[in-house]
Design a binder for this molecule. Structure first.
Ligand SMILES: [Zn+2]
Length: 61
């Protein structure tokens, strides 16, 4: 007896901020997440731009 998984891949989107998943009405890319209203729903919360501050360069003496 094979375990039949009915995993239907819907053309939905996944918000990386609140992990909300939804199916858009239009084929275009949604502007914002309908749940958290974030326009950066397709970007992870930890942006790579904040990593540049992690350098302890205290040699000014
Ligand atoms: Zn969201």
């Amino acid at each position: 007896m094979a375990k039949k998984q009915t995993t239907v891949q819907l053309p939905g989107y996944n918000c990386l901020r609140c992990e909300h998943r939804w199916i858009p009405r239009k084929p275009d890319r949604p502007i914002r997440c309908p749940s958290c209203k974030s326009a950066y729903w397709d970007r992870p919360v930890t942006s790579p731009q904040q990593v540049t501050r992690a350098k302890p360069s205290k040699k000014e003496s």
